[in-house]
Design a protein around this ligand. Structure first.
Ligand code: ATP
Ligand code: MG
Length: 231
């Protein structure tokens, strides 16, 4: 058997997304996207509003299905998998961070972080793991607080702790600092890169901030539905 020397967290081949509109018309959002993202690397995706960044993230994570081409996530081709199989592939291996935090408002900070551990059931002491994750984001003293009792930056810290508590192989972040002021954004960005390194995760980061994108090892821009590599 051939030994693949490079492990790719993500590979796409001629990936495309078209949406059928009414009147037999269709909208081509992305086309002919071929990329390879090595395990452990950091990748930024930039592009104008509406250029297809979130759509591409959804395809890479297997939340959405391609119209053409294929995506391999952690070596597994997703073209033949149904929704449940794609969810099983993500479980414990893939984390997400969003612009609007997406915390459960009726659960405390600690309980939010416990959620993915309860789903996966692979950690022997979930409570201890969740407390450690909270400590890593500097919020040990806010364990019992509800999201509404936390600032935006603190909520995103909890979301980061929740995303990394499973030590995901791939972390997808869609504009994670889009709702935060400049100083808080810088804190969260530094924390994101630190957690990525500590967990040896692959980071796929959607951002409109070119300076942030340039801190990643690879910077792709979406232009007219295709990927352009920035220098
Ligand atoms: N289900 C859908 N039906 C019709 N159009 C869609 C659908 N999903 C996405 N689009 C369109 O596809 C394009 C890309 O959307 P997408 O959300 O990926 O852009 P984006 O780059 O993430 O934008 P933003 O920076 O504003 O978040 C947009 O023009 C959007 O309106
Ligand atoms: Mg978007």
């Amino acid at each position: 058997m051939v030994d693949n020397t490079i492990n790719y967290a993500l590979e796409t081949t001629a990936l495309g997304k078209k949406i059928q509109l009414k009147n037999n018309q269709s909208l081509s959002i992305l086309h002919d996207i071929t990329l390879q993202i090595p395990q452990g690397s950091s990748v930024a995706i930039t592009g104008a509003s509406g250029s297809g960044k979130t759509t591409l993230l959804g395809l890479l994570a297997g939340l959405d299905t391609a119209s053409t081409g294929d995506v391999k996530l952690l070596g597994q081709s997703m073209v033949d998998l149904d929704e449940d199989q794609r969810a099983a592939l993500r479980l414990g291996q893939v984390g997400f961070v969003f612009q609007s935090f997406h915390l459960m408002n009726n659960l405390s900070a600690l309980e939010n972080i416990l959620l993915p551990l309860e789903l996966e059931q692979s950690v022997s002491d979930p409570h201890k793991a969740a407390l450690e994750a909270l400590e890593q984001v500097g919020l040990s003293n806010r364990a019992t607080h509800l999201p509404t009792q936390l600032s935006g930056g603190e909520q995103q810290r909890v979301a980061l702790a929740r995303a990394f508590v499973n030590k995901p192989k791939v972390l997808f972040a869609d504009e994670p600092t889009g709702n935060l002021d400049q100083a808080t954004s810088t804190d969260i960005e530094q924390l994101l890169f630190k957690l990525q390194k500590d967990n040896n995760s692959t980071l796929v980061l959607v951002t409109h901030d070119d300076a942030l994108a340039d801190q990643c090892q690879i910077h792709y821009r979406i232009v007219d539905g295709q990927l352009v590599t920035e220098a």
